[in-house]
Design a binder for this molecule. Sequence first.
Ligand SMILES: Cc1cc2nc3c(=O)[nH]c(=O)nc-3n(C[C@H](O)[C@H](O)[C@H](O)COP(=O)(O)OP(=O)(O)OC[C@H]3O[C@@H](n4cnc5c(N)ncnc54)[C@H](O)[C@@H]3O)c2cc1C
Length: 300
Amino acid sequence: MLVGAGHQVVVLDRGRVPGGRMASRRFASSRYVDLGASYFTVSEPAFGVVVDAWEAAGLARPWTHRFAVWDGTFGAPKDGPVRWASPGGLRSLVAALAEGLDVRQGVHVKRVSRPAGTSSGGFEVDGDRYDAVILAVPDPQALAVLDPALLLDSALPSLADRAWDPVLVLAARWDSKAWDFQDGVFVHGSDVLSWVADDGARRGDGAFVLTAHSTPAFAATRLAVPADAAPDLVAGLAALGVPEPAEVLRVQRWTFAKPVGPREPAFFLEDGLGLCGDGWGRSRVEGAWLSGTLLGEALT
Ligand SMILES: Cc1cc2nc3c(=O)[nH]c(=O)nc-3n(C[C@H](O)[C@H](O)[C@H](O)COP(=O)(O)OP(=O)(O)OC[C@H]3O[C@@H](n4cnc5c(N)ncnc54)[C@H](O)[C@@H]3O)c2cc1C
């Protein structure tokens, strides 16, 4: 949108590849596994147009509207909105959005400030000049780079007041289907697990791969060495009747997985400084898209 309006736009991302928390990683089997967001939902017509284009291009597919529920035992499955997934992993959708843009991967931004002696009219990002800066990151990551002087006299709500929950995600492989549930399970009453997704069902290739998401409380105690949490996460699966996997592929750490509690405005924009992403409006994939889109429109 900004490029279409004639602006020169540079995207700086510290990740090796585009994706952020819509991360998919390829393992020895050459198959991608979704290690961050599990799926996305669609309620906004404008996002629906984007998703329709992804579906037509074979990038996204409607997955399911029903998941199992475990609460000590398996109860009645729960119906909800259609959950969308991606045959190539959710990361491929971010890559599609980034196509044709000047995206610079592996660039860790350290400081966003005003040039010395100024209080408006542009910014410096690690010494390089820009007319406007948009931070599309969780609040703690924005706070880490914003010069505190920028926050003085700003209408920006406090970014420090709201916590962000951590999550660990175990990805593991079995030699055959070793679980009775379809698609995924909401796990209630476990100290370790909150949600399990059948990655083969999600992606449509039938691979025997599960991703098991921890509770925030469990993740908080195991962030230092995520791999060490694998036995407890596997034991959490055993409680659901899932036997030991043939191979643990990875335990992915998300220190700032999701904001705790809502923030009403869909974005912040003041004098060329913008903040957007899932910390604004609805904290989901769709919310992050909408937040960035609305901020782009406002900036244009
Ligand atoms: C485990 C997990 C499960 C989830 N499940 C779901 C789900 O099922 N459905 C759903 O809709 N949503 C889910 N979400 C939330 C969803 O992933 C996010 O809402 C969405 O991906 C946020 O996108 P974003 O662009 O706002 O932020 P991000 O995806 O976090 O993008 C921020 C980017 O900024 C980069 N960055 C950060 N700091 C710097 C810096 N200093 N310099 C340069 N780059 C930097 C990061 O590397 C990252 O690429 C889940 C999230 C997690 C972690």
